[in-house]
Design a protein around this ligand. Structure first.
Ligand code: DX5
Ligand code: ZN
Length: 216
């Protein structure tokens, strides 16, 4: 299975957003992960459209937007206009996931669906044929720098088996507490895309850290 790393810009230095984005652009990472938080779905607020647009100007890489917001259907099209290649919303946040999926597709982006650590994989079954990607949260959403929840490995395996059984090539992305130390176990469980925030941006050599995660 292909391996991709998506550095999370939440851990970048916002005083040097252009510099940090260009660093990722030069790196072996193929995706850039963008965490949008509204202070309601999660107890933290990050950034929105103007910051996404600035990141879009600084990289040609695949922009992976992770919405941790309530009423995602209201905003998904605007995130696509601002530069998202993929928009992921939370199953727990959407009153009408089908409408949300339709709006993302109509705007021209790929569709991702995310679940928090306490949400069972089974809740995804009905939506799996409709989405391109599932984002499994391996920490409680809201903050970077938390420890990986070990139970996530079993969820990734279960999801990979479910997708296979349904004949789907669903991309599995995992987000939270990823480092070179656990990347191999997460890829081996069936994930293809690993998000890494603090592991990348707190490293002395972020580009080398990205290569370490990819080669773990
Ligand atoms: C958490 C965000 C993550 C976060 C990951 O709510 O969704 O993308 O930035 O950060 P680390 O890799 O530090 O756990
Ligand atoms: Zn994220």
């Amino acid at each position: 299975m292909q391996r991709t790393v998506a550095p999370s810009m939440l851990s970048a230095d916002f005083g040097h957003l252009d510099r940090d984005t260009r660093m990722i652009d030069r790196s072996a990472a193929e995706w850039v992960h963008i965490d949008v938080m509204d202070g309601v779905f999660v107890p933290n607020i990050s950034f929105g459209f103007p910051v996404l647009k600035a990141i879009r100007r600084a990289t040609a890489k695949f922009l992976d937007v992770h919405l941790m917001i309530v009423e995602p259907e209201k905003y998904v099209a605007r995130f696509v206009e601002a530069g998202a290649d993929l928009v992921t919303f939370h199953l727990e946040a959407a009153a009408d996931p089908a409408e949300c999926i339709a709006r993302i597709r109509r705007a021209g982006a790929k569709v991702g669906l995310s679940i928090k650590p306490a949400t069972p994989v089974e809740a995804l079954r009905r939506w799996l044929p409709e989405v391109d990607l599932v984002l499994v949260m391996s920490v409680e959403p809201g903050f970077g720098g938390q420890s990986f929840i070990e139970g996530s490995i079993a969820k990734i395996r279960e999801l990979r088996a479910m997708a296979r059984e349904m004949g789907l090539g669903t991309i599995i992305e995992v987000d939270g507490g990823i480092s070179a130390a656990n990347a191999r176990a997460v890829y081996d469980a069936g994930a293809e895309v690993l998000v890494a925030g603090s592991a990348v941006f707190k490293a002395a050599d972020p580009e080398a850290e990205i290569r370490r995660i990819l080669g773990a």
